[in-house]
Design a protein around this ligand. Structure first.
Ligand code: SF4
Ligand code: SF4
Length: 446
């Protein structure tokens, strides 16, 4: 691999994006000037075991992937960042050298340690200034699975056609499985004998930040880190089921402006000018009329501490801020830090962290946390539905049509204009549907 541009092209051709949930094309994160690579193995959301299992069974491959990145981007050193609890289970210690320039970095067992800004601050002592990218602090962050995908693209020439994910919650057994991208959730549940109980919901993602999905129609994407089955009566789901209008109505009627949500906001504790209680104070109509009042909404990482960890009046400042983010997006506005801004971590920062155990209690998921069994063999699917877009940026453009026969790994969508990635077939078979939204491939029986 001669240049960083060549390396980025390999990542792009393989369709690699942030597997931790963000979905940002990985090649676009690589830039000259980084001196630290952080591999995010914090696995911050409760009930998830995906990254833990990958670290347990594939650590040498992850280290190999990290070394490829170090060499290609001329980065000095790499830290694989893991929470204390998992370090202990994996028999790893802080600063342990796994290979040349690749070491372990312990993280406290706290939420939301996997948030990129918190992670960088904890692991390096550097603070990404509000609205800036990690590269401004000479840091690049990749998720554990992303680095494994990078390694597989470099060594095997393999594009991303498979996804590791945790199934956990209100189930008899929890699993970490490997499935084809685009597999139907219903087919996966059937193959494992899983039934969703009445009055339960299914989340794509963790209990704090995951989204409710319809398990009869949903498919697994390149960012699906978990499928959680949880009762709709627990706090984590009650707030998700409340509609945006109800959130806004409750916020505007019962907030006493105690500012506890701001005191416990992790981004605020890092010195960011984000004060959730002030967002709650801004009336919906005022925010619409003057979006310049709500610019700091774009500094929120969506962790939900202000909602279930801070407010005792069942208000969701997070939902209000999400509403404000939508107003800003509509007006193409975002927070821009002044040139001379020099944010400093607040003194109270160490005292505001929420332990993982307490966070599980706040969410109401402690009793649903089962240790998962790892099935590394690929689950077979009879049909896959590849969504376009699969990532942040411009969607891929279909490169196949109904009736075409395709092989696993073949490009079925070309990158669109600008920031974009190709899409690959995750199953060999016949294309039975293709438009700008999705491509469906079905297995062909001999
Ligand atoms: S914690 Fe709740 S009541 Fe207090 S300011 Fe925040 S939203 Fe209002
Ligand atoms: S969700 Fe709430 S606590 Fe989390 S960063 Fe946003 S405002 Fe702060």
């Amino acid at each position: 691999m001669s240049t960083l541009d060549d390396f980025k092209q390999v990542l792009k051709n393989a369709g690699i994006l942030g597997a931790g949930g963000a979905g940002f094309p990985s090649f676009a994160k690589l830039a000259e000037g980084a001196d630290i690579l952080l591999i995010n193995g914090a696995e911050c959301e409760p009930l998830l075991y995906t990254d833990y299992m990958l670290m347990r069974d594939y650590l040498p491959l992850i280290v190999e992937g990290a070394q490829f990145v170090l060499k290609a981007a001329n980065i000095d050193r790499c830290y694989i960042c893991i929470k204390d609890h998992n370090c202990h289970l994996l028999g790893l210690v802080d600063e342990q050298e796994l290979a040349q320039d690749v070491r372990i970095r312990h993280l406290p067992d706290a939420y939301p340690m996997g948030d990129e800004v918190s992670l960088i601050c904890e692991a390096t002592g550097r603070l990404v200034q509000p609205g800036h990218l990690p590269i401004t602090q000479h840091v690049i962050v990749f998720n554990i699975e992303t680095v494994l995908n990078i390694r597989n693209a470099l060594v095997n020439g393999a594009p991303v056609t498979e996804k590791y994910l945790t199934i956990n919650g209100d189930v008899d057994h929890a699993y970490v499985v490997k499935v084809p991208v685009g597999m139907r959730v219903s087919e996966l549940f059937d193959s494992l004998g899983i039934r969703v109980p009445e009055n339960d919901v299914v989340l794509d993602g963790g209990p704090s930040m995951g989204q409710m999905i319809n398990p009869t129609t949903a498919v697994i994407t390149k960012t699906t880190k978990s499928l959680l089955i949880l009762p709709e009566s627990i706090p984590a789901i009650v707030v998700k089921k409340r509609g945006p209008k109800d959130h806004l109505a409750i916020a505007s009627s019962v907030c006493c402006q105690c500012s506890r949500c701001t005191d416990l906001c992790p981004r605020h504790a890092l010195g960011y000018p984000l004060e959730p209680h002030k967002h709650v104070r801004v009336e919906a109509g005022v925010a619409e009329a003057d979006p310049s009042m709500i610019l700091s909404a774009t500094l929120c990482c969506g962790c939900g501490i202000c909602e279930l960890g801070a407010c005792c009046q069942y208000i969701s400042p997070r939902a209000v801020i999400q509403h404000h983010k939508a107003i800003l997006a509509k007006n193409r506005m975002r927070y821009v830090a002044p040139d001379d801004m020099n944010c400093m971590v607040r003194e109270e920062h160490p005292y505001t962290a929420v332990s993982t155990a307490r966070w599980k209690d706040y969410l109401g998921v402690t009793k649903y946390d089962k240790e998962a069994v790892f099935y590394p063999e690929l689950k077979t699917a009879r049909r896959v539905e590849i969504p376009l877009p699969l990532h942040i940026g411009a969607p891929s453009v279909p490169a196949v049509k109904e009736g075409d026969m395709v092989s696993k790994g073949q490009i079925i969508g070309n990158p669109g204009e600008g920031l974009s990635l190709p899409a690959h077939a995750s199953l060999s078979g016949k294309v039975i549907f293709a438009d700008n939204q999705k491509i469906i491939i079905e297995e062909v029986k001999e």
